[in-house]
Design a protein around this ligand. Structure first.
Ligand code: NAD
Ligand code: AHE
Ligand code: ZN
Length: 375
């Protein structure tokens, strides 16, 4: 069938809208009509050429929501008409990782997903007979896409696509980092670096679990108001700090009873390895945990003095907020529908597919929190 897609032909070039060919679903696969998709910084990261796994030409996009249009042979858990959210972290419930209960990083199809193809090693997308790569196993920058059954979360039918698509990455990543990865307890002192589409969801996750001190750090002064809107208690602009940022943050967390200071939990939502170091070193001696969410460019490495870890600080990372997608995503949709979490105010821009490059520009200029493309 012919579908409309925003194609990334080359790194660091704008996406091009094209009518491309999409083959129907094979064994264990599902054809989904995508109704809406968010634009995440990771799409920009791959488009920029900084992603070591980046492949071109490709149909990017990983933050979608839509309706099952057709199921392939052997598909048991979904039927035509079901409402779904694509999962770049699938949940097969059978691989060693899923069975371990220690991680959400299902390994059933990770190898082929990283090669930009379906689990049988072929692509369903093409243009004039030339193969187009899938992206993160989801390719939501097309109005129809094909995914494995294990990479789809079935959601309730009254949830609006143009809002819950954000649960396909940003919302789940931010809130999940707090709830699943860090397991932040009420009363905690926390620092969030980078108040974009992910960081603001970390902040609302911290508010949800009852953190006491939620310090937001961003070089964009406009993010102060955004952070406060979702529960941030203090804002720090590194450009306005006189002296060392880490010492400044540690000082902010000191009390008369605790003159050591440092955060119980910090979160990097920037992808900048220098910031990741600051986030670790702003943690409390003996127990502070720093969670890396941001993705860093090819070749970048993190560093710190080993003494930071010897003295009890912990460095952790999280993918998709540690969420098991088919199990957790429908619950997060329920939280949104029940008013327990906010999404609407973070979706600052909505546009048709033909304006998708504007969405990338708004993000690069720090003028949006989330842009959503509606088909
Ligand atoms: P975004 O562009 O919306 O937000 C990034 C924010 O960081 C901006 O507000 C920017 O001003 C701020 N920032 C940049 N440099 C900074 C610095 N030196 N100090 C403080 N703040 C700084 O991006 P996003 O969509 O929120 O994504 C954030 C990061 O998370 C990206 O690296 C993205 O690829 C990654 N990500 C990871 C996962 C995961 O599962 N681990 C999921 C989604 C996104
Ligand atoms: N391909 C990159 C890393 C990209 C990355 O870390 N992706 C995150 C999701 S970001 C969503 O916005 C992730 O889930 N990683 C786990 C995985 O298995 O991909 C690289 O550096 O090679
Ligand atoms: Zn994302």
């Amino acid at each position: 069938m012919k579908v409309r897609a925003a194609v990334a032909f080359e790194a660091a070039k704008p996406l091009e809208i094209a009518e491309v060919d999409l083959e129907g679903p094979r064994e264990g696969e599902v054809l989904v009509e995508i109704k809406a998709t968010g634009i995440c910084h990771t799409d920009e990261f791959t488009l920029s050429g900084a992603d070591p796994e980046g492949l071109f030409p490709a149909v990017l996009g990983h933050e979608g929501a839509g309706v099952v249009a057709e199921v392939g042979p052997g598909v048991k858990s979904l039927k035509t008409g079901d409402h779904v959210i694509p999962l770049y972290t699938p949940e097969c419930r059978e691989c060693p990782s899923c069975l371990s209960r220690k991680t959400n990083l299902c390994t059933a199809i990770r190898a082929t997903q990283g090669q930009g193809v379906m689990p049988d090693g072929t692509s369903r997308f093409s243009l004039d007979g030339r193969k187009l790569h899938h992206y993160m196993g989801t390719s939501t920058f097309a109005n129809y896409t094909v995914l494995p059954e294990i990479a789809l979360a079935k959601i309730r039918e009254d949830a609006p696509f143009d809002k819950v698509c954000y649960i396909g990455c940003g919302v789940t990543t931010g809130i999940g980092a707090v709830v699943n990865t860090a397991k932040v307890e009420p009363g905690a002192k926390c620092v969030v670096f980078g108040l974009g589409g992910i960081g603001l969801n970390v902040i609302q996750g911290l508010r949800l679990v009852g953190a006491d001190m939620i310090i937001g750090v961003d070089i964009n002064p406009a993010k102060r108001e955004w952070g406060e809107r979702f529960g941030m208690t203090h804002f720090v602009n590194p450009d306005e700090v006189d002296g060392d940022l880490v010492a400044h943050l540690v000082n902010m967390t000191k009390t008369p009873a605790d003159q050591i200071g440092g955060a119980d939990y910090t979160f990097d939502c920037t992808g900048n390895v220098a910031v990741m170091r600051q986030a670790l070193e702003a943690c409390h001696r003996g127990w502070g945990q720093s969670i890396i969410i941001g993705v860093a460019p090819a070749g970048a490495e993190i560093s710190t003095r080993p003494f930071q870890l010897v003295t009890g600080r912990v460095w952790k990372g999280t993918a998709f907020g540690g969420a098991r997608g088919r199990t957790d995503v429908p619950r997060i949709v329920d939280w949104y529908m029940e008013g327990k979490i906010e999404i609407d105010p973070m979706i600052t821009h909505t546009m048709g597919l033909e304006r998708i490059n504007e969405g990338f520009e708004l993000m690069n200029q720090g003028k949006s929190i989330r842009s959503v493309v509606v088909y």
